[in-house]
Design a protein around this ligand. Structure first.
Ligand code: GLN
Length: 530
């Protein structure tokens, strides 16, 4: 195999596999909140309140990203990245199938969601780490690789985010899908697409050499030559043929992981369904991982530990970022459903929920490559901001976006109607997208740069664990914004939501300024890493 070229050809396999996985994930995620308040039938026969749906949404998303940490750990220690990814994909397909079969009763719904949650945990971090593994230390192509990968993520998110909600709401393929089955088809589509993702990966893995093999296999003599050049972040020094079917005495560990996952399903189901349990889980997992990190630091040199501390600063700030940004699937989704107008463009009616799910992705796909070029151009003139300052800028853009969400209240379609302009809402997404581009792809890349070889998987898990906390806090913030508002007039809702967005904007400004102020300090910790 060969990891050469502007973009290594293996990157494209990972790109498409992740693209289809994100279709499934964002397709499902994009319908969650709306589905829970309008169609899900609770045991008491009713539907969920807006505020409860926000909490529930936050809980599922928190678990998804918390399990990426666990999925990363199991991959490091037992399964290897490939098998983890594959197992995750299968669980996601099963989850979608359950939802496609009958998503309406509460019990079935949470069963399907739980499969998807844990499946994503096994899939998501490990594909990102494999992207990092295509590049050797110091390879200048790494950031560009992650940017490209990030575009793939968003193509999937866009297609899935739009298609699933539009099908579910009965706006797409209406002549083929009977009205009473639209939601079944929406969830079923996610499962079909996830199958495409796995098939893509099956073809890709043949070209990956030793990347992502199980650690037991790496211990075997046959693969020994590659142990220093394994899936923990570097490409093989000398790519050679590798036997993929090495016997291992410890194979039963692998089956133990599979069995454990299945045992965990009812536990996750209980935890997602009762958001108090999510609270306990979130209180525990963060401190535990911190203890683990300190233990790892004690086994590494001070130089390496300083880099890990810098990584932790990025991780902590990313929690705040996602807590605000991720209003998109929660409160902004409900805001879109109630307080925004449909826009008719020619023969096409743009539904605000579809736009809410898709706008960000469209902007990422268009602007990720452009932002990448801007960094390169700035680097040539030696004025490229360092990663800490980029993160700071990310927050300032985020603030600009939330001030614009706030400003929607001044752009009512008809004065006093409580229905605000979808156009202004889209402008807000345009602005926060630049915030995301200053933070998210760069975050993935910086994790693979700051982590020592053996901690690549764990640190990627930590990065996504920050997203878990972000999502969790996002749910709480969103619930606060929509609390008790069910009976409010549309105009009152518009005021409540936008007041909240104004506050978030202010906090984002503060976070950005703090980051830029402490940037010299963090840079010292990062040493040679830029
Ligand atoms: N939108 C990106 C993705 O889905 C980042 C998500 C995150 O890290 N919270 O991969």
């Amino acid at each position: 195999q060969d990891f050469k070229g502007k973009y290594p050809k293996q990157l494209w396999g990972l790109f498409f596999s992740e693209m289809w996985e994100r279709f499934c994930f964002y397709g499902m995620r994009g319908v969650l909140t709306y589905f829970m308040v309008t169609h899900l039938i609770l045991e008491n026969g009713g539907h969920m309140s807006d505020s409860q749906a926000n909490l529930q949404y936050g809980a599922t998303q928190a678990f998804v990203y918390a399990f990426t940490f666990i999925g990363g750990l199991f991959a490091d220690k037992i399964l290897g990245f490939r098998k983890s990814l594959f197992w995750g994909g299968i669980l996601m397909i099963v989850g979608s199938a359950i939802l496609a079969f009958d998503p309406f009763p509460e019990s079935n719904f949470f069963l399907g969601i739980s499969f998807t949650v844990i499946g994503t945990g096994f899939f998501k971090p490990n594909i990102s780490t494999m992207v990092g593994a295509l590049y050797k230390k110091g390879d200048a192509r790494r950031d560009a690789g992650f940017s490209m990968f990030y575009s793939g993520i968003n193509i999937g998110a866009l297609l899935g985010g739009y298609a699933c909600i539009a099908i579910g709401k009965g706006q797409l393929f209406t002549s083929f899908i009977p009205a009473e089955y639209t939601w079944n088809v929406a969830f079923g589509l996610a499962g079909i697409v996830m199958t495409i993702s796995l098939v893509t990966f099956i073809f890709t893995q043949k070209t990956l050499g030793p990347i992502g093999l199980s650690p037991f296999k790496r211990e075997d003599n046959t693969v020994k030559k590659f142990t220093e050049a394994d899936s923990f972040g570097t490409a093989p020094a000398e790519p050679t043929k590798v036997a993929l079917t090495v016997k291992s005495g410890k194979a039963w560990y692998e089956y133990a992981v599979y069995a454990l996952t299945l045992v965990l399903i009812p536990v996750i189901m209980a935890m997602v369904a009762k958001t108090e349990y999510t609270d306990y889980f979130m209180y525990t997992i963060g401190p535990l991982t911190l203890v683990y990190l300190v233990y790892e630091m004690s086994r590494h040199t001070w130089e390496e530990s300083k880099k890990l501390i810098a990584a932790l600063v990025f991780i902590v700030f990313s929690i705040i970022f996602w807590a605000f940004f991720e209003q998109s699937g929660g409160s902004l989704s409900l805001f879109a459903a109630k307080n925004l107008n449909n826009v008719v463009a020619g023969t096409l009616t743009l539904d605000p929920n579809g736009v809410n799910n898709a706008a960000n992705s469209v902007f990422v796909i268009i602007f990720a490559p452009i932002v990448g070029l801007v960094w390169v151009a700035m680097a040539k003139k030696k004025i490229e901001p360092n990663t800490v300052v980029k993160f700071g800028l990310g927050f300032l853009f985020l603030a600009g976006g939330f001030y614009t969400f706030y400003a929607t209240r001044f752009f009512e379609v008809i004065a006093g109607s409580g229905i605000a302009s979808l156009d202004v809402f889209v402008v807000a997404y345009f602005i926060i997208t630049f915030g995301e581009l200053c933070l998210s792809p760069i975050g993935l890349s910086i994790m693979t740069k700051l982590s020592p070889q053996k901690l690549q998987g764990v640190m990627m898990g930590m990065w996504f664990l920050a997203s878990a906390y972000g999502q969790y806090v996002a749910g709480i913030l969103g619930a606060g914004l929509s609390e008790g508002g069910e009976n409010d007039s549309l105009q009152q809702k518009l005021i409540t939501y936008t007041d909240g967005y104004q506050q978030l904007a202010l906090y984002a400004v503060i976070a950005g300024v703090v980051l830029i102020a402490i940037s010299p300090l963090v840079r010292k910790l990062m040493q040679d890493v830029k």
